[in-house]
Ligand binder design. Structure first.
Ligand SMILES: Cc1ncc(COP(=O)(O)O)c(C=O)c1O
Length: 411
């Protein structure tokens, strides 16, 4: 160990080359370089003692804040006896997590397929839909983000994130998000799955009209296609319900969770599906294997995270309403910069009049010690994913620093 703290200067001198010098330099030029030291509740502290209010939490990975004491205690306790276990066998930790998912997800979703990352789980969901239907076409919302592995990347809305890796997997087709008649024209007896986020998070933070998901469900049923909802961001309480799709009262065939499902401590993801989806496997039980899919330690953390999210949701919704008022007031005071605010539950998207203003809002807040995030596909729409443990103190801190940032931008 070295006694001098690893400040940004030393990090760049000594370690930047291990992460790609040019890449680190680009992050430095943006003013976004930070060397994390610790996390506690809604805050991150860096190695130079700067404290950041984390209203992004890696898109909800830290949805319960950093190092939530109940989760840390559960993981510490699990480590006394548990390890990864084996992908070929079961355990009580895994069984109880799968049961918790079946209890909390909508309707007939009951069977879980374990995974490590959101991207991997999305890939599995697409493959399972293809296997279950014997069809290949996957329809997905345009300007989506579902991850960076093969199937997930084939649905990537951002050209710069996908073009360099092409050609990708065939028979994926984007349909305009939120437009049921466009979907009705595209869907057919060739369609294996329709993959959608409950809110389109990486582009405009848009939630579809109230009747949209019911109509998507109807179209999938009429054509024998599977409805896959990507709850990687919108699950685990983000939309004010445990699962985002509960907002519309629709039951998908497959639901994918990750990010907040990890409790911010252990990489965990899952596909939860109707039992009939897996029926095509017959008596061949190992058609997907993934060595790290569901560690026993992680299963304890994730079950605790789901239960803690259920417990704290009423508090989170109440604080969300208060934050909502603050965000609306801010936007109302700066109409020359901000066109409007989109909110679904605990997810906010600020609609700036131009991309530069949106990007500078994110960077300006960062310099003032608040982390929010820009949509990769649309810099004009920064987003807020506050932790569910939010309190008035953090709302006041955000209000003050956001006002300061907006004034500086207006100037
Ligand atoms: C909506 C959505 N789906 C899937 C993913 C992929 O998850 P992961 O980064 O864990 O692979 C992400 C990641 O940001 C996401 O936002």
């Amino acid at each position: 160990m070295n006694d001098t703290p690893l400040d940004r200067k030393r990090f760049v001198e000594r370690y930047a080359r291990f992460f790609g010098r040019e890449r680190v330099a680009a992050i430095e030029r943006l003013g976004y370089l930070m060397v994390e030291a610790s996390g506690e509740g809604p805050y991150i502290t860096d190695t130079e003692g700067r404290r950041f209010l984390d209203l992004w939490g890696v898109g909800g990975v830290h949805g319960l804040g950093h190092r939530h004491p109940v989760l840390v205690a559960a993981m510490t306790e699990a480590l006394r006896t548990e390890d990864f276990g084996s992908l070929f066998h079961f355990s009580e930790a895994k069984a109880r997590l799968a049961e918790t998912l079946a209890r909390t997800t909508p309707g007939r979703l009951e069977v879980t397929w374990p995974a490590v990352t959101g991207s991997e789980a999305i890939d599995q969901a697409c493959k399972l839909a293809r296997g279950a239907t014997g069809r290949s076409q996957i329809l997905h919302g345009d300007h989506g983000y579902h991850g960076v592995t093969g199937f997930a990347l084939s649905m990537m809305g951002s050209p710069s994130m996908r073009a360099w890796a092409e050609p990708l997997i065939p028979d994926f087709q984007a349909v305009p998000y939120g437009d049921a008649s466009a979907l009705a024209s595209a869907i057919s007896e060739r369609t294996a799955a329709v993959v959608l986020e409950p809110v389109r998070t990486d582009y405009d933070g848009r939630a579809p009209d109230p009747g949209y998901f019911a109509e998507v469900r109807r179209l999938c049923d009429a054509h024998g296609a599977k409805l896959v909802v990507d709850e990687v961001v919108t699950g685990m309480g983000r939309l004010g319900h445990l699962w985002g799709i509960d907002h519309w009262g629709v039951e998908p065939d497959l639901l994918v969770t990750a990010k907040g499902f990890s409790g911010g401590l252990y990489p965990m993801a899952a596909v939860v599906m109707r039992p009939e989806v897996l029926a095509f496997w017959g008596d061949d039980p190992y058609r997907i294997i993934s060595s790290y899919a569901w560690s026993n330690v992680g299963a304890v953390v994730s079950r605790t995270a789901v239960e803690e999210t259920e417990r704290i949701l009423p508090h989170a919704c109440a604080m969300g309403d208060r934050l909502g008022r603050v965000v609306e007031e801010l936007a109302g005071r700066h109409p020359a910069l901000v066109r409007g605010v989109r909110r679904t539950g605990l997810l906010w998207a600020l609609d700036f009049r131009d991309e530069m203003a949106g990007a500078f809002f994110v960077l300006g807040l960062f310099q003032r010690g608040v982390i929010v995030v820009a949509s990769a596909q649309n810099l004009a729409v920064p987003k807020l994913y506050p932790p569910l443990i939010l309190e008035d103190e953090q709302i006041a801190e955000f209000a003050e620093k956001a006002e300061d940032t907006l004034r500086a931008l207006a100037g």
